[in-house]
Write a protein that binds this ligand. Structure first.
Ligand code: COA
Length: 258
């Protein structure tokens, strides 16, 4: 896979995607969004990739937002198309991926950057990270799912405050608010994400994919999450991983998932 704006590192069953436009603080332009879509798609369909970490290059930014220079002269139709296509190609796509995605937030995560981090299945931040949805300061609103995912993670009141003030919160505040799971020094960020990924990768990928679908169903208005859970729970009983996991437990050995 050859990309202009992203790098991919493969370490055993783990893939690390690095958004690589440091001169523009890794801002998401159209090309980067398309490349990320293609990278996530290929990695998700690879049987050997069991977890993905997404991060930004450099020590300053995860992603400082959508690339403002690309949409500054857009009209209403182009604006709605920008949001629709971005959500479809990247933000909803990542949220609904079968492979677990951890966002390693290594600096500014603003606008589309925070929206990308929120699309990941969970987040870990470095202590220098700053997070916010500054869109209303530009006369626009978050368009890559921020108005929906931020209240899900931090509650309506805090989300309203962040969106309306357009301010940034620190990594520690983000942890207190439930936006990130851990805060560590920058040099500890990737080691911790890798450690969490390796814990995840010991488990059944098939069961994890089913769990992602069931948890996500809680945030969908047109499906009943409990029904999805019942269906996915039942389907688990037909998988080789279930047979292996339960047999291994009864035989007092570690499971060897496919
Ligand atoms: N879109 C396009 N370019 C961006 C960008 C974005 N979202 N964020 C940063 N950049 C570019 C800057 O234009 C600058 O490019 P230049 O050197 O060619 O002029 C470069 O990245 C470095 O950014 P700079 O603003 O000089 O860094 P800073 O340390 O002074 O400030 C931020 C850092 C994050 C506070 C500031 O870049 C910023 O506010 N960015 C926009 C954040 C935003 O509103 N995002 C939501 C977009 S919807």
């Amino acid at each position: 896979m050859n990309f202009e704006n992203i790098l991919i590192e493969l370490k055993d069953n783990l893939a690390v995607i690095i958004i690589n436009r440091p001169a523009k603080l890794n801002a998401l332009n159209k090309k980067t969004i398309e490349e990320l879509h293609n990278a996530f798609k290929v990695l998700d369909s690879s049987a050997s990739v069991k977890a993905i970490i997404i991060t930004g290059s450099g020590e300053k930014a995860f992603v400082a937002g959508a690339d403002i220079s690309e949409f500054a002269d857009f009209n209403v139709k182009e604006g709605s198309e920008l949001a629709r296509k971005g959500q479809e190609l990247l933000f909803d796509f990542v949220q609904n991926l079968s492979t677990p995605v951890i966002a390693a937030v290594n600096g500014f995560a603003l606008g589309g950057g925070l929206e990308l981090a929120m699309s990941a299945h969970f987040r870990v931040a470095s202590s220098n990270a700053k997070m916010g949805l500054p869109e209303v300061s530009l006369g626009v609103i978050p368009g890559y799912g921020g108005t929906q995912r931020l209240p899900q993670l931090v509650g309506k009141g805090k989300a309203m405050e962040m969106i309306m003030t357009a301010g940034m919160i620190s990594a520690e505040e983000a942890k207190d608010w439930g936006l990130v799971n851990y805060v560590v020094e920058l040099e500890e960020l990737m080691p911790l994400c890798e450690k969490l990924a390796s814990k995840i990768m010991r488990n059944s990928s098939v069961a994890i994919a089913a769990a992602i679908k069931a948890v996500n169903a809680n945030y969908s208005t047109n499906i009943n999450g409990f029904d999805v859970e019942i269906a996915k729970f039942g389907e688990s009983f037909g998988t080789n991983d279930f047979k292996e996991g339960t047999t291994a437990f009864l035989e007092k050995r570690k499971p060897n998932f496919e």
